[in-house]
Structures are given as structure tokens and as C-alpha cells.
Write a protein that binds this ligand. Structure first.
Ligand SMILES: Cc1cc2c(cc1C)N(C[C@H](O)[C@H](O)[C@H](O)COP(=O)(O)O)c1[nH]c(=O)[nH]c(=O)c1N2
Length: 226
């Protein structure tokens, strides 16, 4: 039985409020190259991290931590780890696809003044966590929810964000001194932007394209089924 005084009215948003939410969702972009050098103010960063921290989490376990990296030398080292992994990644594509891959910029580690490594503490909340009893990955999914909140809040603040995942886990772990029991979930680059692509950059550059939403609404057959 809910405690009546704990509830607040939940009317639909006004048109302007609703439009603002959709604007953040539809104009959010993965940013690699548009970062401005202007520093990100502490209070702005704190608001963005607070938005991330208000994400849903399994059993309200809040398994995330945010490692904020501003130091140029540290970002340089992370970039070298990216660069090594990116060369390995490039080799995995063949022919024209490899040429196309190599032409893409896939990170803003040195250009973005703030980098954030988002981690998941797999022991947060104890051995048995409500909602995680039959799927241990739920803590990781919760951390991804936090990253999406962060991304949308950043958009609303005029801060661009790029997610970089082209790393060997061990390299990042070593550089950032992250113990084995902590999972690295996302490495994010953040900075002010005054321009963003209107559609995903990978679409603009011909790498991939957004599929129609109606194709995603399950119609009873799985792609590839006979
Ligand atoms: C888990 C995960 C990991 C990555 C990404 C995203 C996510 C969700 N993306 C960004 C990705 O390419 C981008 O979101 C899509 O291309 C769609 O573009 P918009 O985000 O809509 O601009 C990404 N981009 C990039 O340039 N380098 C990368 O290593 C990654 N890694």
C-alpha cells in the first residue's frame, strides 16, 4: 500500500516541456570532433552527473561510479590505448570496408576537455540484490541507463558527448587503476559544442543508417527465420 503523502501529481507535461524532452532525445548525438576547448564548469558537470545518478537501477543498487579525467597527460595515455586498439579493429574489416573504417574519427579523447569513465561495482548492494537474482547482468544494464541519462542531460546543457569503446579493457584498467572486481562500462568524452550532426555521423559518412522504427516492432517472425 503506497504512503499517500509520498505521491505527487503526475500530469502529462505541457507541450513545451514534452517538446524539450523529445528535443533532447532526437538531437542528442555521439560527438567525436565538434568539441570546443572551453572548460566545462564544475556546477554544470555536477548537474549532468546528478542526472546520471537519478537513473533507474536494479534493486536501487546504484552500482555506478564516475571517474572524471581532465588531466591532459592522462587523456593522452588513454588516447594511445585507443589508437592501439583501433589499429587492431581496423584489421578486422576487409577491403573497402577497412578503408572506410580508417577514414572515420571514432573518439574525442584529447579534444574533449573532460573524459569520464563510468564503472559498475558488481558487489554494490551485497550478494543478493532485488531484481538481480536470476540475471546478474542487470547491474550493468542499470549503469548503461545512467550513461543515457548523462548523455541527454549533457545535450540539454549544450555539452556534447561521445562514447568510446575501442579499447582493450586491460589497458584502461591499468591506466585508471581500476580493480578487477569493478567493471568498465563506458568511456565518455565531454565538452561544449556549438554544432552537431543532424543525423548520426555514421549515417552521414555512409557507414550505416537508422532503420525504420516499424521494422523494429516485432511482427511474429525473426529476421533469418526460414
Ligand atoms: C555502447 C556504445 C559504444 C559506442 C558507441 C555507442 C554506444 C551506445 N558509439 C556511438 C555510436 O556510434 C552512435 O551512438 C551511433 O552511431 C548513433 O549515432 P548518434 O549517437 O545518434 O549520434 C561509438 N562511437 C564512436 O565513435 N566510437 C566508439 O567506440 C563508440 N562506441
Amino acid at each position: 500500500m503506497p504512503i499517500p503523502s509520498a505521491l505527487a501529481p503526475a500530469a502529462p507535461f505541457s507541450d513545451a516541456e514534452r517538446d524539450a524532452v523529445y528535443k533532447a532525445i532526437f538531437t542528442r548525438r555521439d560527438v567525436r570532433d565538434q568539441f570546443l576547448p572551453d572548460p566545462v564548469a564544475e556546477d554544470v558537470l555536477h548537474r549532468i552527473l546528478t542526472a546520471a545518478h537519478h537513473a533507474p537501477s536494479v534493486g536501487l543498487s546504484q552500482p555506478w561510479n564516475f571517474i572524471v579525467i581532465r588531466d591532459q597527460a592522462a587523456r593522452d595515455q588513454v588516447w594511445h590505448a585507443f589508437n592501439r586498439a583501433n589499429e587492431e579493429a581496423a584489421q578486422m574489416f576487409e577491403g573497402d570496408r577497412q578503408t572506410s573504417y580508417r577514414s572515420l574519427k571514432l573518439e574525442g579523447i584529447r579534444k574533449a576537455p573532460v573524459n569520464i569513465c563510468v564503472t559498475c561495482d558488481r558487489s554494490r548492494g551485497g550478494k543478493v540484490v532485488l531484481g538481480r537474482t536470476h540475471n546478474q547482468s542487470m547491474d550493468l544494464y542499470s549503469t548503461v541507463c545512467a550513461i543515457q541519462n548523462l548523455w541527454l542531460a549533457a545535450r540539454a546543457e549544450g555539452i556534447g558527448m561521445g562514447w568510446v569503446s575501442v579499447f582493450r579493457d586491460a589497458d584502461l584498467r591499468d591506466l585508471l587503476k581500476i580493480p578487477d572486481r569493478i567493471e568498465i562500462v563506458g568511456y565518455l568524452c565531454l565538452g561544449h559544442v556549438d554544432e552537431l550532426y543532424q543525423t548520426p555521423e555514421l549515417e552521414v559518412k555512409g557507414w550505416s543508417k537508422r532503420l525504420p522504427v516499424d521494422e523494429m516492432i516485432f511482427d511474429g517472425t525473426w529476421q533469418g527465420d526460414p
